[in-house]
Design a protein around this ligand. Sequence first.
Ligand code: GLY
Length: 277
Amino acid sequence: MTPAQATCLADALKAGHGILALGGPALNAVECTIGLLEQSGLFNAGRGAKRQLDGVQRMDAAIMEGTHLEAGAVASLEGILHPITAARLVMEATDHVLLVGPLASRFTRHFKLDRHRSTGVPRRLSYDRTLAKQKRLTRDWHGTVGAVALDRFGAVAAGASTGGIESMLPGRVGDTPLIGCGVYADNRSGAVSMTGIGEGIIRLVIAKSICDRLAMGKSPTVAARQQLRMLVSRINGSAGALVLSPDGRFAIRHVTPYMAAGWWNGTGLPIVRGEFP
Ligand code: GLY
């Protein structure tokens, strides 16, 4: 983690906590925290989103609240600075959960969300060459951003925003906008936000599975560790999880080489680290 990323994470944690401290909802804290990370350009989300193999940034995001189990998500969104706000708009301004592609982008333009002009140059793609090469690619660690929060009313919320992974085919969508895979929140079990290689996270429906373990009485640490171990042992997956239970216990666990993350309860300084063994 670079010093700039550490500072940005700490500032985002302070901003999110500031909302909670004033009695604001967990949903607002999650959106605000993720929005600052999207805006920074320092992570793989919003301004800093990775490009797909045709040179275009297509972003995914989701947000969910645990009181009424309302959720919203966007996938393959182009040209928008804050996909997390777009996801929240889907949740609050429509009866749907997920909007995708150019029509999702058009939806967000209707609400005049801040635009983000990508500096990349779109390029043509040879599928023959790309598919042959893709099998040999080493996938690097990538910084999807996410947040979970608990407010003073006992409501939890979770969100995530991403530009995807290295060497994605155009049109690829990962776990982040799929409710139950990349994000889940339920006041009766907890809130989870995932980072990592989405293909594995999707196949084991990790966020909801961790919440189910919480509902069975497991602690956040145990629930995350068990599900992440299963991800590795069953399908050699790679991921990290932010896990929060409705009583305020939380865990940050990962089976990726490292994971820049932090927490703050309003006392002392925010804790930000690059790994959580
Ligand atoms: N976890 C982000 C992605 O796979 O797209």
